[in-house]
Design a protein around this ligand. Structure first.
Ligand SMILES: C[S@@+](CC[C@H](N)C(=O)[O-])C[C@H]1O[C@@H](n2cnc3c(N)ncnc32)[C@H](O)[C@@H]1O
Length: 258
């Protein structure tokens, strides 16, 4: 579901990524002079934010999807981008001052080894930070999508609703994960961001392209159900052809390695 066009991702949840990247970088305490790793970089919104703050020589990124890794290299020339998973990264122990991961931890089959690997590549005293959408609550786009999907195909949508299926997306859960992974001085916060849409069709366009779990659900519907989902989502959001904004909340966690 992430072997897709970066442009489709950018129009979907990627629309929130740049603002979230700035908020996560602030929360993690990224400052000039640091060497920082972006884990699960996708098409590179956080990588680009880190390069703005640190310059390309201070930034590395890891991403298992070939199309996203390629898109990140094109978007952020000069940063090191490797095709690798969070659980097994080709970096030495303590290679980075900070390791950040934006909207990725919930996609790991087993997040604890992933968090431990992020801690391994971070120097003792360095920061490991991550964030995950509040899927069950204040991520307006995805919450409205799954509520609309439950109207159209109740059983299938209930089984795939990210508010139910995603781990580590409830208040306090990332803290538990970070502590289990051996990180110290663990602190948490809520990051709030906003995205602008030109109108409802601008919001809808990336869903049938199959991006992420919501897109994957949408792409498998027959034409009739897809049209019904389109209409139900539009009605739930209460928007039309005029521009509008949606807000999204992500839970963030940071801890000290070593
Ligand atoms: C919602 S996207 C977030 C992308 C980017 N960090 C952003 O904020 O826009 C989730 C990303 O996690 C990546 N991913 C999935 N499994 C992963 C794993 N085991 N290790 C690292 N990244 C993974 C996906 O390929 C995808 O790029």
């Amino acid at each position: 579901m992430f072997e897709v066009q970066a442009s489709a991702y950018d129009r979907h949840v990627g629309r929130y990524s740049s603002q979230l990247a700035a908020a996560l970088s602030e929360f993690a305490g990224v400052v000039p002079g640091m060497r920082v790793l972006d884990v699960g970089c996708g098409p590179g919104a956080l990588t680009a934010e880190l390069v703005r703050r640190l310059g390309p020589a201070g930034v590395s990124a890891a991403e298992p999807s070939g199309s996203f890794a390629q898109a990140c290299r094109a978007r952020v020339p000069g940063a090191e981008v490797v095709e690798a998973s969070a659980e097994a990264m080709p970096f030495a122990d303590g290679a980075f001052d900070a390791t950040l991961s934006q909207l990725v931890v919930n996609f790991l089959d087993d997040a604890e080894p992933g968090a431990r690997e992020m801690a391994r590549v971070t120097r003792p005293g360095g920061v490991v930070a991550a964030c995950v959408w509040d899927y069950a609550g204040e991520m307006e786009l995805l919450r409205a999508f799954w509520d609309a999907a439950r109207e159209v195909s109740p059983e299938r949508a209930a089984a795939q609703d990210e508010g139910e299926t995603m781990r580590w997306c409830r208040d306090g859960e990332l803290t538990v994960l970070w502590e289990r992974a051996g990180l110290r001085h663990v602190r948490a916060d809520a990051l709030r961001v906003r995205a602008r849409y030109a109108g409802f069709e601008d919001l809808w366009a990336p869903f049938p392209a199959g991006v992420g779990p919501s897109g994957a659900f949408c792409a498998t519907l027959g034409e009739g159900d897809r049209d019904a989902l389109h209409d139900a989502l539009r009605r739930r959001l209460g928007v039309g052809d005029q521009p509008f904004d949606l807000t999204a909340r992500a839970w963030a966690v940071a801890g000290t390695a070593g």
